[in-house]
Design a protein around this ligand. Structure first.
Ligand SMILES: Cc1cc2nc3c(=O)[nH]c(=O)nc-3n(C[C@H](O)[C@H](O)[C@H](O)COP(=O)(O)OP(=O)(O)OC[C@H]3O[C@@H](n4cnc5c(N)ncnc54)[C@H](O)[C@@H]3O)c2cc1C
Length: 420
């Protein structure tokens, strides 16, 4: 494996979101790999506000881009000083539960578009193709994959990696007959994420919540509220998440005062809900979005095709891990494909990728769903008991943050050697 001059290997990445862009960085440094990235949208862009990168995600990014610290600084990453968690509903609303200090989880929070911009910046522009929506994918004999785009053009690759998001086309190809049973489904919660001018948030919610650059989480009956400071203390992100009993078909619901008052009825005498409802309804078109997830996935790989990022393992956002998992995927795929010297070995590399990544990612998806249940007071053994909440919540992040990224990569490479 090590001594042979490697063949040139053409790898197509479908999707230019955070997963596709990180993956391109992980692969482009290997001189035997020719990388092309295809994005359906007319330009490479990210919607939404912020993304948090916890310690494991930053460590994985550093494995891909040794100067990741500079990249994150250029993207305007802000250190999360601490997260304070409180009780938000019922007679004990306002009870302090715990703080997670920066030394325990030195996470950073970043504007999503800025992170994507900085991930795309080091890549050769000629490998980035916008307006290229994948329409079909099929094996081409035994030696490659043929992809057809919606504009009618076709390309041939030695390997395809689908980073085309939760409802991507590549996932269905990888899963074949199991695609339907493994399709994304509602996770049981919706959320509404809004950006509010700093001064307005301070006026409505109260000055005391804005003295430090601190994230505040409010646990309560049937819902969870979070607010944090972004963009150099000019903007506040305000999130309401709640239990969803009747997922709408189009995955979103308009938010009205009546609906929010009903959702947060046990919260209204507490310190936070009324202000958060006011700020949410002050938005142009307030909507709540269903959180969807992959409850099971039989495999991430099929021959010369695999999936990464949300295409492989979309999760509810309760443990803030979706982007971090995409970065870990890219790190592992980079390590594996750096060792592949012949395109015929790609199926072995993707098999090793599946074997090392799928158990961790599925565990996180399941843990995130259970975290939601606890945060919304729906775990009957814990309820909204402050002592029990203090005891159970913090350890839930240990297995996520504590990933030994070097060992994870080494395990993948060890499996590959066995398969060759
Ligand atoms: C509001 C919100 C907050 C979040 N907060 C956090 C957080 O704090 N921490 C964290 O780690 N994660 C967080 N996540 C999750 C994280 O953002 C996602 O897991 C991550 O962005 C997924 O990236 P992706 O590239 O896999 O998918 P996507 O971002 O969905 O990108 C897929 C790309 O593929 C393109 N595409 C789709 N179909 C095709 C096709 N047929 N052909 C070509 N291109 C195609 C799309 O246009 C898109 O650009 C959050 C998610 C949301 C929605």
């Amino acid at each position: 494996m090590a001594n042979k001059t490697p063949d040139r290997i053409r790898v197509g990445i479908i999707g230019g979101g955070l997963a596709g862009a990180t993956l391109a960085n992980a692969l482009v440094v290997h001189s035997h790999l020719d990388i092309e990235v295809f994005e359906a949208a007319s330009k490479f862009s990210e919607r939404g506000a912020a993304v948090g990168l916890s310690m494991n995600a930053q460590n994985a990014l550093r494995q891909i881009i040794p100067s990741a610290g500079d990249l994150l600084a250029k993207a305007g990453a802000v250190n999360m000083n601490s997260t304070r968690t409180m009780l938000g509903s019922g007679p004990a609303a306002g009870t302090f539960l715990f703080d997670i200090a920066a030394d325990v989880d030195p996470g950073v929070i970043i504007h999503r578009a800025s992170l994507l911009r900085e991930l795309l910046a080091p890549l050769p522009q000629e490998i980035l193709h916008a307006n290229k929506k994948l329409a079909a994918i099929k094996p081409s004999g035994n030696d490659g994959v043929e992809v057809t785009f919606q504009d009618g053009t076709m390309e041939h690759f030695d390997a395809i990696i689908g980073a085309d998001g939760i409802f991507g086309v590549v996932r269905d190809h990888v899963l074949q007959d199991a695609a339907e049973e493994c399709a994304a489904s509602p996770g049981g919660y919706w959320d509404s994420r809004n950006l509010v001018p700093f001064e307005k948030a301070k006026e409505v919610l109260g000055e005391k919540y804005f003295e430090l650059d601190r994230q505040w989480g409010w646990i309560g009956d049937g819902a969870f509220i979070l607010h944090d400071i972004l963009e150099n203390r000019t903007v506040v992100q305000v999130i309401i998440s709640a239990v969803e009993l009747d997922p709408p078909k189009d995955r979103k619901r308009p938010l009205t005062k009546e609906f929010l008052d009903q959702t947060l009825d046990r919260w209204l005498d507490g310190p936070i809900a009324k202000g958060v409802i006011e700020l949410t309804l002050d938005q142009d078109d307030p909507q709540g979005y269903s959180q969807w997830e992959h409850k099971s996935t039989k495999t991430y790989a099929n021959g010369r095709v695999c999936v990464a990022g949300d295409a492989a393992h979309a999760t509810t956002p309760w443990q803030g891990t979706g982007a971090g998992l995409a970065i870990e995927d890219a790190m592992v795929l980079g390590a594996l494909l750096s060792k592949v010297t012949s395109s015929k070995d790609i199926p072995a590399a993707f098999k090793a990728y599946d074997e090392v990544r799928r158990p961790r990612c599925q565990r996180i998806i399941d843990s995130s769903r259970e975290t939601a249940r606890i945060f919304c007071g729906r775990n009957p053994k814990i309820g909204l008991n402050p002592d029990k909440l203090r005891e159970v919540i913090r350890p839930r992040w240990n297995f996520i943050l504590g990933l030994d990224v070097e060992a994870h990569k080494a395990e993948a490479v060890r499996l590959l050697v066995n398969y060759l």
